[in-house]
Design a protein around this ligand. Structure first.
Ligand code: HEM
Length: 163
């Protein structure tokens, strides 16, 4: 590749700080959104569970948040992979840093799979969820597990920055 072509690629590639910013914003949106959903929205909806208007708002907000969750997951995967590519070939992968990153990706993989089940198999906010939900539903319990796993992923990510 000529010097000019390499310079061309660097000119269009997103600066590292922007990729890190997108990664952190997606992480904050996912974890913060799950905390708000579990600790605020669900508790409020539980108190008014027999009010059909409230259940309608619950379905609308649930579907909207599902979109935000998947945008965050795709952004985390793409920006994470980009940061990982920056490290490819570096000795760092073979060190404790690499092992901690593998743990982080393992936890992320579990959260990703559970969100697939929650959003597209249980689908608590889909058209089928007309009847007032029983609390806690299977989806509720799964949301709590997903929240705990993403919090664990964030903890490992914070530790990763110190390794
Ligand atoms: C719930 C999912 C995720 C969360 C909460 C998360 C969170 C974070 C945080 C907070 C940092 C900054 C750490 C620091 O510099 O102190 C970070 C860095 C990083 N993340 Fe993620 N991340 C997630 C998913 C991913 C995924 C899926 C990948 C790979 C495909 C990834 C790869 C990376 C890499 C390579 C870094 C840079 C680490 C370094 O330079 O030391 N992350 N992540």
């Amino acid at each position: 590749m000529t010097e000019g072509e390499t310079a061309g690629i660097h000119a269009v590639a997103m600066p590292d700080y922007l990729i890190a910013w997108l990664h952190l914003t997606a992480a904050a949106t996912l974890v913060g959104g799950l905390i708000f959903s579990r600790c605020v929205l669900t508790q409020a909806f539980r108190r008014a569970r027999l009010d059909p208007n409230v259940q309608h708002v619950r379905r609308l907000s649930g579907r909207r948040f599902r979109t935000i969750v998947w945008i965050s997951l795709v952004t985390l995967t793409l920006t994470g992979a980009s940061q990982l590519l920056d490290e490819s070939g570096s000795a760092r992968i073979e060190t404790a840093w690499g092992a901690v990153l593998m743990l982080k990706l393992f936890l992320f993989g579990i959260a990703f799979a559970l969100l697939l089940v929650h959003d597209f198999i249980l689908d608590p906010h889909g058209p089928a969820s007309e009847t007032p939900p029983s609390f806690p539903s299977r989806a509720d319990r799964l949301e709590t597990v997903i929240l705990l796993i993403t919090l664990a992923t964030l903890l490992v990510a914070a530790y990763l920055g110190t390794v």
